[in-house]
Design a protein around this ligand. Structure first.
Ligand SMILES: *Cc1c(COP(=O)(O)O)cnc(C)c1O
Length: 469
């Protein structure tokens, strides 16, 4: 049978790619528009062979690939993809369902509920976020942390409009100047006119100060506005800073606002007891929390887990069923339809890949995997500290190391980073910390070992030497 043969050959091609990844430059160097010049301008009239297609993949696609699974990919945040997740995704493709409602395929809905309870327990989240926690809460898989932020904001908006009778134009959302741009986008989509980006300071570790938040909410209320949503962060995109979630959620609750915890990247580190004790206390004060299993936790994109303490307002915001359109009228469903917890109707069977990862690795191995990245990052930090041409720009956390060339101007720092990336041997991106250009090294690739990080650091030192010479 054709699929059997081609399928096996695809598995071979996948393994070959993964095993020879290091021969590719990490970052693609093609110019914009390179591909259309190389490909025909129409689809073929008659079938082509897999061999022809795979030859084109090598010749035309690979040059335009930035290799996110490369062990020397340190840009943005990792999006690691594992064989167990690929197997789960393959099965999902084969089953080919559109599981919008429970009866669209009961197992798809029910596995998602069970697996998100597993995932929540694995991260030691408070019971109120479990489907079995008794508060009407539970988890759902969203495509991305941006979607999770949007639906949490829509739930908060509905709650404020229905419960407090607030006028839509009076609603104010709060986030910090370190927040991901997805908060601004969520406000644009939801028609929220007021978004306060509360200022953070280096002295507070770029975290939200409860007193500053209190003052901002009080001032807005005095002006006749309604605080309704707080986006708080565990692991900012820029430096992996952590807000004091319990304290700021208490402020938000006093002013009637919903607290959403964006732990898109860092949330999975809650599975490590030491990390949990340090950064993940008091989460029961939040109304919703999101983390991407598709960043650090071996689940192929897309798999953002969103947990809510009480799904009622989410369903009120997103369900077309009339019973949810009226505040206070709580109907317990016979079964759960995840279409009422998200923006689109259709949804893939994404719980499979998470289930496969949790089972084929087991909790112990995943914890060891994440700890390995933390240890690798800590070892890099030691090397940075030992070289006085460099300085750390922020406290390293969750595998993210932010550093810069001591005394370099932004222009020099930018040029230096570009030389690292142009080498093809590593790929890093920058952020701005305290107004200054800063290089970020996010460690967390599936294949990233100490030898990769160490050789990248040697390359960086060598380029710094050439600069001085
Ligand atoms: C990566 C990230 C996001 C965006 O995640 P998507 O899943 O791509 O939408 C949002 N917030 C934080 C803190 C992130 O690290």
């Amino acid at each position: 049978m054709r699929f059997r043969r081609l399928g096996y050959s695809m598995v071979d091609a996948i393994v070959d790619y993964r095993q020879t990844l290091e021969k590719y430059p990490v970052r693609s160097e093609v110019a914009s528009g390179y591909l259309a010049k190389r490909l025909p301008d129409q689809a073929p009239e008659t079938p082509e062979t897999m061999e022809e297609i795979m030859a084109d993949v090598q010749e035309h696609i690979m040059p335009g690939m930035t290799h996110w699974q490369h062990p020397n990919f340190y840009a943005w945040y990792p999006a690691n993809s594992s064989y167990p997740a690929m197997l789960g995704d393959m099965l999902s493709s084969a089953l080919g369902i559109i599981g919008f409602s429970w009866n669209g395929s009961p197992a798809a809905t029910e596995l998602e509920t069970v697996v998100l309870d597993w995932f929540a327990r694995f991260l030691n989240l408070p019971d109120c976020f479990l489907s079995s926690g008794g508060s009407g809460g539970g988890g759902v898989i969203q495509g991305s942390a941006s979607e999770a932020c949007l639906v949490a904001l829509l739930a908060a908006r509905t709650r404020a409009l229905k419960q407090r009778g607030a006028a839509p134009g009076s609603l104010v959302a709060y986030a910090t100047d370190q927040s991901h741009s997805c908060v601004k986008k969520a406000c644009m989509i939801a028609g929220v006119e007021h978004l306060r980006l509360v200022e953070t300071r280096g002295a507070d570790g770029w975290a939200l100060d409860p007193a500053t938040l209190e003052a901002a909410m009080t001032a807005d209320e005095a002006a006749g506005l309604h605080p309704f949503f707080l986006n708080t962060l565990i692991g900012t995109t820029s430096t992996a800073a952590v807000d004091p979630v319990a304290d700021v959620a208490a402020v938000a609750a006093r002013h009637g606002a919903w607290t959403h915890v964006d732990a898109a990247y860092a949330g999975v580190f809650a599975c490590l007891p030491e990390q949990h004790a340090q950064h993940f206390q008091g989460l029961e004060a939040a109304d919703s929390i999101a983390t991407n299993a598709h960043k650090g936790m071996l689940v192929t994109f897309d798999c953002c887990a969103l947990w809510v303490k009480d799904s009622f307002w989410l369903r009120s915001a997103l369900s077309l069923e009339p019973q949810y359109q009226f505040a206070g009228l709580r109907h317990e469903e016979e079964h759960l339809d995840y279409k009422d917890w998200q923006v689109p109707l259709g949804r893939r069977f994404r719980a499979l890949k998470l289930w496969f990862v949790l089972r084929l690795y087991g909790a112990e191995k995943i914890r060891a995997y994440l700890q390995h990245h933390l240890d690798t990052a800590a070892a890099l930090v030691e090397l940075v500290k030992r070289d006085d041409r460099f300085e750390l720009a922020a406290p390293p956390r969750f595998g993210l190391v932010c550093f810069r060339l001591r005394g370099a101007s932004d222009e020099e720092s930018r040029a230096f980073l570009e030389r690292i990336n142009r080498s093809g041997k590593a790929f890093l991106v920058h952020t701005v910390v305290g107004g200054r250009h800063t290089i970020r090294c996010a460690i967390g690739g599936v294949q990233t070992q100490w030898r990769h990080v160490e050789s990248t650091w040697r390359l960086i030192q060598q380029l710094a030497e050439e600069k001085e010479a």
